[in-house]
Ligand binder design. Structure first.
Ligand code: NDP
Length: 281
């Protein structure tokens, strides 16, 4: 029988533990999120991050900048936050408007305040197997889900569909660093279904509704669904056809309630770690 990997429950436990730990400290960790423009999905994510961080006992600030903000103005805000001792973590909500180069901005954040783990120094450390200041929240959350459910990683074949810098690539590094044999697929991959059928652990981060079907999945596989897609009826569904696949996989993450809540929990966990680093705790 297929077992559900319940990200919601684990994320609540992680946030609760963080909140308990914060009671030991006189200062609060500071998390500042910068949002540029009016993307409704970004706004929902940012509000959720702020609310969860505040409830857990963080000092959470959101800086809202207009769509036409210049690169120089945005960099000025980042420079100020880099200097501000009350700020432990800085997150620039993506995507940014087209006139601003995302990598210029991500590189401007001090690596030791880069709570999303997107700075090239942190990405580089992850790739070469050193400890970054922070690891990209979604893939890091997936590792926590696998570990918490005692799912073996070492020696297993992990197939990731998607090679974004946010999910696919850091996921590959994290799995490789734990001795999985990793295959990364993308839109130009030939015979995608056949590659996926070989996966012991299949991570779908494509951004396409119900993309992974029953006959893509090996019996007994672990299926991790990163996708967040809104159907025409307004329902949130993943990249995996949950109904079809759940009878065949050994483990599966539901959408919603799987990977999504872990992303915010890992954001708070990363902020706490940076706070402890900055305060020698
Ligand atoms: P991107 O759009 O950046 O990347 C999508 C990846 O999927 C690309 O590498 C692309 O290939 C690949 N892809 C697209 N179409 C196909 C196809 N037909 N066959 C094979 N590969 C394909 O998305 P993200 O990585 O940012 O996000 C992926 C999904 O995860 C989205 O649904 C997003 O909403 C969700 N997400 C969820 C989070 C959470 O907290 N749960 C956090 C972040 C994202 P190529 O590189 O060749 O274009």
């Amino acid at each position: 029988m297929t077992k559900l990997i319940k990200g919601k429950e684990l994320s609540e436990k992680i946030v609760e533990n963080i909140s308990e730990e914060l009671k030991n400290y006189t200062k609060k960790p500071g998390l500042t999120v910068i949002i540029v423009g009016d993307n409704p999905a970004s706004r929902v994510y940012v509000n959720k991050k702020k609310r969860t961080a505040e409830n857990a006992g963080f000092n959470s600030v959101v800086i809202e900048l207009p769509e036409d903000v210049t690169r120089e103005e945005l960099e000025k805000h980042i420079d100020e936050l880099n200097k501000d001792e009350a700020v432990d973590g800085i997150l620039v909500q993506l995507p940014l408007p087209k006139h601003i180069n995302t990598y210029d901005i991500l590189e401007r954040i001090l690596p030791e305040k880069d709570v999303d783990g997107f700075h090239p120094e942190n990405v580089g450390k992850l790739v070469i197997g050193l400890k970054p200041y922070a690891v990209s929240c979604t893939p890091y959350g997936i590792i926590r889900l696998l570990e918490e459910n005692n799912i073996e990683i070492e020696g297993r074949h992990a197939v990731i569909i998607g090679r974004s810098n946010i999910v696919g690539k850091p996921m590959a590094s994290l799995l490789l660093n734990r001795n999985a044999t990793v295959t990364v697929c993308h839109s130009k991959t030939a015979s995608l279904r056949r590659v996926c059928m070989q996966a012991d652990i299949l991570v779908a981060a494509v951004g396409r509704e119900k993309f992974v079907k029953r006959d893509w999945v090996k019996p007994g596989a672990v299926v991790i669904d990163v996708g967040i897609n809104r159907t025409e009826e307004g329902k949130i569904v993943g990249d995996v056809d949950f109904e079809e696949v759940s009878g065949k996989a050994e483990y599966i993450t539901p959408v919603p309630g799987g990977v999504g809540p872990m992303t915010i929990a890992m954001l708070l966990s990363n902020t706490l770690e940076l706070f402890k680093l900055h305060n020698d705790l």
